[in-house]
Write a protein that binds this ligand. Structure first.
Ligand SMILES: [Zn+2]
Length: 308
């Protein structure tokens, strides 16, 4: 019976491996029980190959610097995000940009092959997300809230919510062994107010890694220097500096995430008034009601940055 069980797991792992491309393979030697080497496994989902970077790039750089394992997953391939390019060529360009962005801060970056602008909360992408969370043996899962102007963002939020319980159910997506312990799920910060505003349960100072975060964003040339300024209008596009060093300085001015009043309050709560009031750049996260519910001690374990 025991041998049969081992064989079944081996076959299941083999099938899971075969179904995934090389860059989606689990790190070698990973098991499904929670890791015991003192390192955290963090996985973040964004709809497009720059979303995780904007919302959690600084925090990810801090995790990576401490030797924790971080994977960013773009649920779509970004093949609609440009004014003059598109389709497979744009998807390839953006996949390469994402890889480079991940390399710059020491995180793994996977781009799934769903079309940009067409994501729906259906079974296949849900199963892909379940597999990703399981294969990464995640302790912490980050994702957008489902309140968002962009349907891909919204449905990425829904898809991760839909996976939050299923990752522990062995009969669901049985080609990839289920997690024994439900991860903590948290949302990225956003500015949307309806039906409810983002609540910063944890706020992280990224002052020490802001240049790393900007360096990461700088790898997405097709987005920050071409597409996003174009969306803002021809005048905005004309303002993008041509010189690589100059445009990076411009990017920092544009994209350095300054704390909102609610995030400032959370910074003071986590770092104390003196440090909390002095923070210039921050990223914040809200606990999702699904998945494991962390107390303050667990949050400190999952975000080992306070008092440093
Ligand atoms: Zn996006």
């Amino acid at each position: 019976m025991k041998r049969l069980a081992i064989l079944t797991i081996a076959i299941a792992l083999h099938i899971a491996g075969a179904a995934l491309s090389a860059d989606q393979q689990p790190a070698p030697g990973r098991t499904l029980a929670p890791s015991t080497d003192g390192k955290l496994n963090i996985i973040a989902f964004g709809a497009h190959p720059d979303d995780c970077d904007m919302r959690a790039g600084g925090t990810a750089a801090k995790f990576a610097a401490l030797g924790h394992r971080v994977r960013f997953v773009s649920v779509t391939n970004g093949d609609a995000g440009h004014q003059t390019e598109g389709g497979g060529a744009l998807a390839a360009r953006r996949r390469a940009e994402a890889k480079e962005a991940g390399r710059r801060i020491g995180v793994d970056y996977v781009t799934l092959d769903n079309h940009d602008g067409e994501l729906l909360p259906s079974l296949k992408p849900r199963e892909d997300i379940i597999r990703q969370i399981r294969l990464w043996n995640a302790d912490l899962v980050l994702a957008p809230r489902p309140n968002d102007y962009h349907p891909d963002h919204r449905y990425t939020g829904v898809l991760v919510q839909d996976a939050a319980y299923m990752v522990v159910v062995p009969n669901v997506t049985p080609d990839t062994p289920a997690l024994r312990k439900n991860p903590v799920f948290m949302y990225f910060q956003d500015g949307f107010q309806r039906p409810n505003a983002f609540r910063p349960d944890v706020a992280i100072s990224i002052d020490d890694v802001i240049d790393k975060k900007i360096d990461m964003l700088d790898a997405h040339v097709s987005q920050f220097y071409e597409w996003l300024p174009w969306v803002d209008g021809d005048a905005a596009l004309a303002k993008v500096p041509k010189d690589p060093a100059e445009r990076k300085r411009w990017l920092k001015e544009q994209r350095g995430p300054q704390p909102t009043p609610a995030v400032r309050e959370a910074l003071v709560k986590w770092y104390g008034p003196e440090k909390g009031k002095a923070v210039r750049y921050a990223e914040a996260f809200e606990i999702c009601e699904y998945g494991q519910q962390p107390n303050k001690a667990e949050l400190k374990r999952l975000f080992p940055f306070f008092g440093m």
